[in-house]
Design a binder for this molecule. Structure first.
Ligand SMILES: O=C(O)CCC(=O)C(=O)O
Ligand SMILES: [Fe+2]
Length: 328
């Protein structure tokens, strides 16, 4: 049954602590060479789990690169590939730090991993320049139960990927998904303030599933699948990132530098694509300064600056979204 927009100011919220992920996610490796069957599984269950498909050396490189940043912050000893926590508290808020820039793209776009990404997307893939890098010590503050698509309107034809770079057994707080709940619309409660928490009774408790993730595994999460990161109760950091893959031939989300603008257009120099001018309208999702804050259309020329680094999401020559760049 599809839910209409939920507007229930009195509803009790669903918290990550309430999620008991008793189900086990299934591997889709046997469907990799059958694009139709793979798509059917994705649309039916709301995810694709591929075991051990990324090349080991490329995963180890990405792991070492992320752990080197964690070591700089004192969270792990330098050179410790297991990511054992030193006990130093994390300052938090590092998910989009420039210190990590490029790690995800190097892994996803490595020639050794391209073929599998092409199978996941159905055409040659490149990564979207928006990545959240997570080096989460035990007992870190928990996130929310959410559906990615609710917060990212207009991003078409991409597939979100979640990758753990060290073994992420279930005591370390990997991703839990509400299996098959991607076909019922958005559960976010617009009767409550941002982040519009999902009501407790909206998702059947028995739909929740997780697994022990291993380095080289790739999890693709449907933009409408409710999911959350579980608590990390181990003695190690959870070392994962989440990004998205999209068409390499016709990328809709591109990193770009602002050249000039008018009240209704922006001209940017876009990576891979070159100079383009896009129309801005009142429905464009404008968050060029702080990705968490939507700016007004009317004030466009007052906050735009030449040289700004952005991620531009386009549909033809319309700007669907302008977002502060998260990657280099
Ligand atoms: O890794 C997490 O804790 C959350 C990840 C997530 O929300 C995502 O991959 O969309
Ligand atoms: Fe998410």
């Amino acid at each position: 049954m599809t839910v209409d927009v939920i507007n229930r100011p009195e509803a009790e919220d669903l918290h990550v602590q309430d999620v008991v992920a008793a189900g086990e996610l299934e591997s889709c490796n046997h469907l990799l060479d059958d694009p139709e069957a793979l798509n059917r599984f994705y649309e039916e269950k709301g995810y694709i789990l591929l075991r051990g498909v990324f090349d080991r050396d490329t995963v180890a490189r990405a792991r070492d690169e992320m752990l080197a940043v964690a070591a700089q912050m004192g969270l792990v000893e330098p050179g410790d590939p297991t990511g054992k926590w030193t006990g130093k508290p994390s300052v938090g808020g590092m998910e989009e730090s420039d210190l990590y820039a490029g790690i995800a793209a190097r892994l996803i776009e490595d020639p050794a991993n391209q073929a599998v990404m092409e199978k996941v997307l159905g055409e040659p893939a490149c990564s979207v320049p928006i990545v959240q890098y997570r080096t989460y010590p035990p007992q870190s503050k928990l996130g929310t139960v959410h559906q990615d698509g609710f917060y990212s309107p207009g991003i078409q034809d991409y597939r979100p990927v979640w990758v753990s770079l060290t073994p992420c057994t279930r005591d370390m707080g990997g991703l839990a998904l509400a299996v098959g709940q991607n076909k019922r619309g958005y559960f976010h409660n617009v009767g409550k303030p941002n982040p519009f928490p999902i009501p407790r009774d909206a998702i059947p408790a028995e739909s929740w599933a997780t697994t022990d993730y291993m380095p080289g595994d790739v999890l693709v999460v449907h933009p409408c699948t409710p999911h959350c990161g579980l608590p990390n109760n181990s003695d190690r950091l959870r070392v994962s990132f989440d990004s998205r893959v999209q068409s390499a031939a016709n990328p809709s989300a591109i990193a770009a530098t602002v050249k000039s603008f008018t009240p209704t257009t922006v001209t940017v120099d876009a990576d891979r694509v070159g100079e383009i001018t896009l129309n801005i309208d009142k429905d464009s999702y404008l968050r060029p300064i702080d990705p968490g804050v939507r700016e007004s259309f009317d004030g466009f020329v007052t906050y735009m600056k030449p040289g700004m680094r952005l991620v531009v999401v386009r549909d033809g020559d319309r700007a669907v979204m302008l977002r502060k760049a998260a990657e280099g």
